[in-house]
Ligand binder design. Structure first.
Ligand SMILES: C[S@@+](CC[C@H](N)C(=O)[O-])C[C@H]1O[C@@H](n2cnc3c(N)ncnc32)[C@H](O)[C@@H]1O
Length: 321
């Protein structure tokens, strides 16, 4: 198979900037980088091509991503370790790979193009498909299970917290009423229910009303935020002096978690007013980005899916004794 055809024209998001930010950390004789969201292997391939001595550990919870990237990265097979796992288990993955210390880490969060484009995976409200949304197709929890078994309160919380849905209670209420008639098993029926639950005046603005509900369910099914909460600190802890992390997030919840994790480590933690700052209180990291960086207009014209991307990066400037 021609891999370029196989990537469906997929373009890795903010690729040049990712390469530029990681390059100084990968200049040593035997650098190691972790790609915690391997996907189609686009960023990984570019990193391997740019750094001939680089060893790359690629993680993805989607078995199809691992299968695809194993083929795509086969020219670099002797320099790659690809692991089917959640990035939430990043520390264990590094230990098992015998590489507990790393020089770089990349997080390109969220869903991949094939996950969105293959209707039967049930991520997209634009296709009618079984309500699935599992990135890891071997796990038990599906969107169908969430929608048909969670309480009204749990559903409303998920829609509010993970979808930032203003009408969370109304949507949850209608889901409960509709599922009492017949189980909700398809993306189309769920999208119709959401549309009916949203007041008509709001429906006319702001795109497809199902978008927020589908995002919320996806985050719940794949426990995306708790994976990030575990993975990012684990990657930061594993970075060597001068090591760098780059995070691409696609919604405000991911970006907020990322910002919190990075800024917590870039602050002096000493009590205010100390005459001489103590080494133990000095920041371990410095930010490489001011605020979150956005894709250029030119990239957005080429790749509309980059639209919601936010990039943050940091460098380790101190290690614990
Ligand atoms: C945006 S895509 C990555 C695309 C990739 N950078 C490329 O250039 O092809 C995100 C990938 O992260 C994976 N993913 C999401 N959450 C994950 C997690 N907690 N652990 C491992 N993989 C995860 C998804 O299955 C998906 O393949």
């Amino acid at each position: 198979m021609d891999d370029n055809v196989g990537t469906g024209g997929h373009v890795p998001v903010m690729l040049e900037r990712v390469l530029e930010l990681l390059a100084p950390a990968l200049a040593g004789p035997a650098p190691v980088v972790v790609d915690a969201n391997l996907g189609l292997g686009g960023h990984s391939e570019a990193l391997l091509a740019a750094h001939p001595a680089l060893h790359l550990i690629g993680i993805d919870r989607d078995p199809f991503a691992i299968e695809f990237s194993t083929r795509r990265l086969s020219p670099y097979a002797d320099r790659t370790t690809l692991v089917h796992a959640s990035s939430g288990d990043l520390a264990e993955v590094l230990d098992q790979a015998g590489r507990p210390v790393i020089d770089g880490a990349l997080f390109d969060l969220g869903v991949s193009s094939p996950q969105l484009d293959e209707a039967e995976r049930g991520f997209a409200y634009s296709y009618d498909a079984p309500l699935d949304m599992r990135m890891d197709t071997s796990q038990e929890l599906t969107a169908e299970r969430v929608v048909n078994t969670y309480s009204a309160g749990e559903l409303a919380r998920i829609l509010r917290d993970y979808g930032e849905e203003r009408f969370a209670q109304r949507v949850a209420g209608l889901i409960i009423r509709e599922r009492a008639k017949e189980a909700i098993t398809s993306t189309k029926r769920l999208a119709d229910i959401v549309r009916d639950a949203i007041p008509a005046a709001t429906r006319r603005t702001g795109g497809n009303p199902a978008k927020r509900t589908f995002q919320a369910l996806r985050i719940e099914v794949n426990a995306e935020l708790s994976a990030l909460e575990a993975a990012l600190p684990a990657a930061l802890d594993a970075l060597t002096l001068g090591g760098r992390v780059v995070v691409l997030s696609y919604h405000s919840l991911e970006d907020r978690l990322t910002k919190q994790a990075l800024t917590a480590r870039t602050k002096d933690t000493g009590p205010p007013g100390l005459p001489v700052p103590l080494p133990a209180h000095q920041p371990r990291f410095r930010l490489l980005t001011r605020g979150a960086e956005l894709p250029s207009d030119e990239e957005l014209a080429r790749n509309p899916r980059a639209a919601s991307a936010r990039l943050r990066a940091a460098e380790r400037i101190r290690v614990d004794d």
